[in-house]
Ligand binder design. Structure first.
Ligand SMILES: NC(=O)c1ccc[n+]([C@@H]2O[C@H](COP(=O)([O-])OP(=O)(O)OC[C@H]3O[C@@H](n4cnc5c(N)ncnc54)[C@H](OP(=O)(O)O)[C@@H]3O)[C@@H](O)[C@H]2O)c1
Length: 275
């Protein structure tokens, strides 16, 4: 049972789920998570739709890291969000993960079959039964967060959203501070294009770091903000993990805070901000 999140997590989406006939490279996913655990990551982010829960489970099983040190987070698919489907799909997630409990279970999207009363009733039950230690939501707006907070018995532990220097989510950061939940940042490397952001390149040069590390450190330095970068190679995993030791100066932070260009990477039509 976790009450805090480690400063960085590892993402496990191979970004293939929307491709036709997509196939997950199971062995590559196992290898990534095993490498991540060896490097020191203690928070693994997966989801039913990624198809990597079994790989995460296999890596946890094969690694020497004890279960109690780990935060395993997964997300209920937006088409499996009815009351019955949540209970069923979480049972499958537990089997695939080879775990008795999930440390953090998110509503992946407030879309598809998400019906606040029904979906969150199942989340309340899973939490009350001890199957799920903490409840989270992902890709919500402030209005949807308000509604979910009314219906959930446990307090929201984390809200996961796209978060990086080109999508700073100032309103959701303020909301997270006000309600004291974690803001977990996905695509924190601007999906691999942090090096295209001149401000990150220039701060990186001053610190003998990489733009990717600067992008991560800018998030990690904030209270209760946790990025979940995805990286396939051990070298990238190590580089990203080292960002937990990179200290940016106030002027570096200000320089990045001041970026006013915006680039949203994940922008499905069904996203609540498009409705
Ligand atoms: N809740 C949601 O709706 C949602 C949506 C999207 C993502 N997510 C979560 O967030 C995680 C990360 O998001 P993401 O994959 O979209 O974006 P990301 O982490 O910003 O970027 C991943 C890309 O960056 C590259 N990369 C990683 N480390 C690097 C480094 N040090 N230097 C240069 N390139 C580097 C990776 O390449 P290599 O693989 O070759 O290392 C990969 O192409 C996902 O895996 C998933 O767990 C959640």
């Amino acid at each position: 049972m976790t009450s805090t999140l480690p400063p960085i997590g590892v993402g496990t989406d191979q970004n293939t789920a929307l491709e036709e006939d997509f196939e997950v490279d199971h062995d590559a996913a196992v290898e990534t998570v095993l490498n991540a655990l060896e490097i020191g990551y203690r928070h693994v982010d997966t989801a039913q739709i990624y198809g990597t829960e079994a790989a995460v489970g296999e890596a946890i099983d094969r690694s020497d890291v004890s279960r109690s040190e780990l935060v395993v987070a997964t997300k209920v698919h937006y088409q499996r969000a009815s009351y019955e489907d949540v209970l069923d799909s979480v049972e499958t997630s537990l089997e695939d993960l080879g775990l008795e409990t999930i440390d953090l279970l998110y509503v992946h999207w407030p879309a598809g079959t998400y019906e606040p009363e029904e979906t969150l009733r199942a989340f309340n039950e899973l939490h009350a039964d001890g199957v799920v230690a903490n409840v989270g939501v992902s890709n919500f707006t402030p209005e949807l967060l308000d509604e979910a907070r009314e219906l959930l018995e446990p307090t929201i532990f984390a809200h996961q959203v796209e978060l990086h220097p080109l999508l700073q989510q100032r309103e959701l950061q303020a909301y997270a501070r006000e309600h004291d939940h974690y803001l977990v940042g996905y695509s924190p490397l601007v999906r691999g294009s942090a090096a295209d952001v001149p401000e990150l390149r220039s701060v990186a040069e001053r610190h003998d770091a990489t733009p990717e590390q600067v992008s991560l450190a800018w998030l990690i330095q904030r209270e209760k903000i946790v990025p979940v970068p995805k990286a396939s190679s051990a070298a990238h995993l190590r580089e990203n993990f080292a960002a937990t030791n990179l200290e940016l100066d106030p002027e570096d932070v200000e320089r990045i805070d001041d970026i006013d260009r915006e680039r949203r990477i994940i922008d499905f039509e069904f996203a609540p901000w498009n409705r």
